[in-house]
Design a binder for this molecule. Sequence first.
Ligand SMILES: [Zn+2]
Length: 222
Amino acid sequence: MRNWDDWLRVGSLLLLCVHGNSCNGHGVEYSYDLAQPINFAMTDSLHDALDVEGRRLFRRAALHAAEALGAQGGWSGDRSQGAAERPSHNMTVQLTLGDVDCTGDRAGYVRWRPNNVLQICPSMLRERSFVHIVSLVMHEMGHVLGASHVACDGESIMAPDLNCPVRKYSRAARDPERLLWYSDADIEEICRHTSGGICDRPPHAEITPSDSTIESPVLHAR
Ligand SMILES: [Zn+2]
């Protein structure tokens, strides 16, 4: 069981509260606007820890996460992949190899500050399930945007455990790139912290293929 319980984030939040800083969930260093593109970059440490297939899966997962947020995704390039960066005011999200906080079976984590660093734990380096990789990246992207966890309801990516959205997984297994989106509860939580993208599409319904107009040229390139 991969436990995503982010007690370290809670610890950080308590620490911020002790020090008199923001305790309202907006204690992130960078805020994001989903009306602007989100660019991703892979650090050398993660690049070197993944094999070619792993890099491909994580790149696709990052771009899928941007699409799921209703934002355009861009790639800032790495050692083996040319840049396809989009002009944006948003801080580039760095995918890196997690270390000190990768205790137990943790899959990944994001700290409040800086909140643009998405840490992938070693337990995920050999993962080959696109559904699991993309749900991890979507979950951590919620934290990048400032979102906290939501209840485990069988559908929500922002539940504290990778095993929670089982009903979503069973549908997504048929076609993860078309069927793996945030739940209404995820969107409600995420949109408390950001705007644009999925937050500007009332009534916060999941994006379905028929009403998806998000441009994602890289994601769908086979
Ligand atoms: Zn989490």
